[in-house]
Design a protein around this ligand. Structure first.
Ligand SMILES: [Zn+2]
Length: 146
């Protein structure tokens, strides 16, 4: 009797493991979305240096000028872009950059249809479209920072 229970238990565990593997597989696929680099922030006086700014427009495949304008507008503070880094007036926290760039990613990069970040921007008669290279969807962009 005890033996039988043990067997059942191990079988059950095997089955459970199988299910868990399946679940984590699916999870991996659905979260294999885009990962943004970590914002490298340094403060000097009343200014914030975003030292690896250039990495972001590169991975997002967007115009650095537009990404900077977006951050500047959201922070409501002037910003400048020199070489790889961007300089902002005032003290900004790293998590502020992270969350703004995550919003930018959602609004200006991610395909609204399939959520793929493999998109490019095309302008047609003053309307900006997001063209998805994964599913082919063409979606008009409302914002002006692409
Ligand atoms: Zn798509």
């Amino acid at each position: 009797m005890l033996r039988l229970i043990e067997l059942t238990k191990s079988e059950y565990e095997k089955l459970l493991k199988k299910i868990q593997d399946k679940v984590s597989e699916t999870r991996k696929v659905s979260t294999s979305r885009f990962e943004l680099p970590k914002a490298d922030i340094m403060w000097q006086g009343n200014r914030t240096f975003f030292r690896n700014f250039a990495e972001f427009p590169k991975v997002l495949r967007r115009d650095p000028e537009k990404v900077l304008q977006y951050l500047s507008k959201e922070f409501a503070t002037p910003a400048q872009y020199t070489g790889d880094k961007a300089v902002f007036v005032g003290k900004k926290e790293p998590h502020e950059f992270t969350s703004l760039l995550a919003i930018y990613l959602k609004e200006y990069v991610e395909c609204p249809t399939c959520k793929s970040p493999d998109t490019r921007v095309e302008k047609l008669n003053r309307v900006t479209f997001l063209i998805c290279e994964a599913c082919g969807a063409k979606s008009p962009l409302k914002g002006q920072y692409a």
